[in-house]
Design a binder for this molecule. Structure first.
Ligand code: 5AD
Ligand code: SF4
Length: 457
């Protein structure tokens, strides 16, 4: 068999796209290899959300050039958002490329490779698919999904935040028929998955249009909760404006829906939120959090923050720090603003100096580190329920997994009783940051749960 080496940059959607291409390429006779020198095909799945992500890709291809020179039959391709956005630049800067495939054309990878093998390259395939909804035909799995599996439910984005390339690289929002999603989840559960993480740029816009059998996002969650064997359910990423009352009720009512929500706010200044075209205010966001907390008091929250957006004053920035402090996020993904091609924000002067952006970023990181540390302290001496994801090589520890609130947990003990995929209890002995450390707290375990994953062991 021929061998394919793949590398992925960027978000979870890209990781899922790489997995899908690996599966399709397997059917075309390519086995995955972790060694680039052994590859007959090298496929790099790229990201263009910020400039830094782009630079990484160009430097990687510099390193691939000698391989192609040594072996002209080696096929080299670029997938992902950078491929979509910068096809001409890529072809000019990396003239030895054999193909470019956009994120909306992942399903065509077999045809593309076939054409390259016939000598028809270089091939550029960046058309958006013209179907009105989104389908990922079922395929036999080639590897076990592991205890936690991602499932795409929607692609693209219609929000057009003024700083963001996603609507241009991934196209309009398209939802996947619920029946197809349920079938994929059943297949994953049959292969050992315990936790399902629903995936999309904007998951809670699911079902707004295009579906032949209309299903709202909260209805989809109830439908998944009815599938036997799903012990935990999560989703990323949501937009505050698509958050419905019914979704809040779903958090309250669905036992297996974990009490954690990633809800990007981007800024704590209404003036900046308007320039960002986020279509929500800070008051709106805080009110939504208050409603959620009134139904689900222990909901854990995380967010995305951009600092140094064009025109962001010191006062605007302090609004962001204040909002972070008010919500007390467990975790934030924090970025300095990066001007992106095609986006409306490109018209605005990128007027905050590099040093000032870095200074603001450091301040948000310091604040978030303090919040994370303080929030983690609440678990000291407590027992948490952990879905074991893997054994760990950390010294003295046996397994690592996640708590319902999405804390990473490592613990000692249970080696002779437990395995990845089990849900067990851990007493937290150390809590000083992103990882909770503890000891196995159960003297027996069960991997097949009848109580929706919430009861005592
Ligand atoms: N500059 C900086 N951060 C950005 N993000 C998206 N576009 C940009 C940009 N141009 C961040 C947002 C988004 C996350 C995935 O990446 O915070 O939620
Ligand atoms: Fe980008 Fe905004 Fe869509 Fe998120 S909601 S993908 S930030 S345009």
């Amino acid at each position: 068999m021929k061998q394919v080496y793949m590398e992925t940059f960027g978000c979870q959607m890209n990781v899922a796209d790489t997995d899908r291409m690996e599966l399709l390429l397997f059917q075309s006779g390519y086995l995955h290899t972790p060694h680039v020198e052994d590859a007959d095909l090298v496929l790099i799945n790229t990201c263009s959300i910020r400039e830094k992500a782009e630079q990484k890709v160009f430097s990687l291809f510099g390193g691939l050039k000698p391989l192609k020179q040594a072996n002209p039959d080696l096929i080299l391709g670029v997938a992902g958002c950078l491929a979509q956005q910068e096809q001409t630049v890529l072809m000019n800067r990396i003239p030895f490329l054999d193909f470019i495939v956009g994120p909306d054309a992942v399903e065509s990878i077999q045809q593309i490779i076939h054409r390259v093998e016939l000598g028809e390259g270089p091939i550029v395939w960046t058309e958006f698919d013209s179907e009105k909804n989104y389908s990922i035909p079922e395929q036999p799995l080639i590897k076990d999904p592991g205890p936690s599996a991602f499932v795409n439910i929607i692609k693209g984005c219609d929000k057009f935040c003024s700083f963001c390339v996603v609507p241009f690289t991934r196209g309009r929002e398209k939802s996947r028929e619920a029946g197809e999603i349920y079938a994929e989840i059943r297949q994953l559960v049959d292969k050992g998955a315990k936790e399902i993480v629903l995936l999309g740029q904007n998951v809670n816009a699911y079902g707004k249009r295009g579906l032949e059998q209309p299903v709202a996002f909260h209805e989809l969650l109830y439908g998944i909760a009815d599938i036997k064997g799903v012990e935990r359910l999560r989703f990323i990423t949501s937009h505050p404006m698509d958050f419905t009352r019914e979704l809040i009720a779903a958090y309250r009512d669905i036992d297996i829906l974990m009490n954690h929500l990633h809800l990007p706010v981007q800024s704590g200044s209404n003036r900046i939120l308007e320039l960002m075209r986020r279509s929500h205010t800070t008051e709106w966001y805080m009110d939504l959090i208050a409603q959620l907390k009134s139904e689900v008091p222990d909901i854990a929250l995380s967010t995305d923050i951009i600092v140094g957006f064009p025109g962001e004053t010191r006062q605007d920035f302090e609004g962001t720090l204040k909002l972070m402090e008010q919500v007390r996020f467990n975790n934030s993904y924090m970025f300095t603003y990066s001007p992106r091609p095609n986006t409306p924000a490109l018209e605005m002067a990128d007027d905050i100096s590099h040093e000032e952006k870095q200074e603001r970023l450091q301040q948000t990181i310091q604040l978030q580190n303090r919040l994370t540390e303080e929030n983690s302290q609440a678990f000291l001496g407590q027992e948490v329920e952990v879905l074991i994801e893997s054994v760990t090589s950390r010294r003295g520890m046996s397994f690592r997994g996640r708590s319902p609130h999405y804390w990473s947990v490592v613990f000692k003990g249970g080696e002779d009783h437990l395995k990845p995929g089990d849900v067990t209890r851990v007493r937290v002995e150390e809590a000083n940051g992103h990882v909770l450390k503890g000891n196995w707290a159960a003297n027996r375990h069960c991997s097949a749960r009848s109580d929706g994953g919430r009861g005592e062991l």
